[in-house]
Design a protein around this ligand. Structure first.
Ligand SMILES: [Zn+2]
Length: 285
């Protein structure tokens, strides 16, 4: 999609599944299964729709997918299906990982940071994007590198050590403009250091809400995930961002959706416009 001087595309790293109950936290199954069907193991399909933002000068990636370091057992639990890999999806736009000059992370859970590093042909873990600066909110980086008991299974050393060794990480210490037209705002909620990422050109704008709004089924601010570390903050932030987007008539960009890459909603959360994901991203079940 075109947004003023920006071009925004969705570059998939495949699809996977997580437990539907965990994805909808306090919501009883009879309510959420009207929106999305679970498989025999109660899992629902989730996209890994990384967002590619291009300008005349920059090729920016928002979040990085699951990557190629997932062990076979874990792949089975997650029903993680590729192709496409992120690299294949970038190739559809005529780009290779070396063309990406900035990676901006909403947060660092394994399903967002997993593709930041990769296993190379020699079995070494190296940065996936050799020329990129990786922008990570400072609070998120602190928690990522010193995970608490709950976060140990998601903040994985294999996803960050290689980019730290090559000094490719830039810490975001305050809200505001990171690159021309690209702003980040600290929200917390899902994780302590979670940010939303705004792309703005003149009056036009889009906000990537990361796991503060994993899919359009999560528009109701009370439908928080069991994975959210600070659910009251998620409720407050999700509610206020959806109202801000409605007032501005801006796009909401989504990562885990399996139908839409972006949507616009009014203040009562009625859908006004949507951009479907490219066809190859349709759920496999
Ligand atoms: Zn996620």
């Amino acid at each position: 999609m075109k947004l003023g001087e920006f071009t925004i595309d969705w570059v998939s790293d495949g699809i996977f599944k997580l437990d539907g109950g965990a994805m909808f936290g306090p919501v009883p199954k009879p309510m959420w299964e009207k929106k999305i069907q679970a498989d025999a193991r109660n899992r629902i399909p989730l996209g890994l729709n990384c967002i590619l933002v291009q300008t005349e000068h920059h090729r920016i990636l928002l979040d990085t997918g699951l990557g190629n370091k997932i062990a076979p057992k874990q792949q089975e639990i997650l029903d993680f299906v590729q192709p496409p890999t992120l690299e294949q999806s970038l190739a559809l736009h005529g780009l290779s990982p070396a063309d990406i000059d900035h990676v901006v992370m909403s947060h660092c859970d394994y399903d967002h940071l997993g593709g930041a590093t990769k296993l190379d042909a020699d079995g070494r873990i190296v940065p996936t994007f050799p020329k990129a600066r990786y922008h990570i909110r400072k609070e998120e980086w602190d928690d990522l590198t010193h995970p608490n008991m709950r976060a140990k299974g998601t903040y994985l050393r294999v996803n960050w050590e290689a980019i730290a060794e090559t000094n490719q990480v830039d810490l975001i210490e305050r809200d505001g403009e990171l690159l021309p037209g690209i702003h980040t705002y600290h929200t917390g909620g899902h994780t302590r250091g979670h940010v939303v990422i705004e792309v703005r050109s003149g009056d036009e704008g889009a906000v990537y809400m990361g796991d503060l709004m994993p899919s359009h089924h999560h528009l109701n601010p009370l439908w928080v995930m069991a994975y959210d570390n600070f659910p009251l903050t998620s409720i407050e932030q999700r509610g206020s961002w959806t109202q801000t987007l409605a007032e501005r008539d801006w796009w909401l960009l989504m990562y885990h959706d399996v139908d839409y890459g972006a949507g616009k909603w009014d203040k009562d959360l009625n859908l006004k416009a949507a951009i479907p994901l490219p066809g190859q991203l349709a759920p496999a079940n």
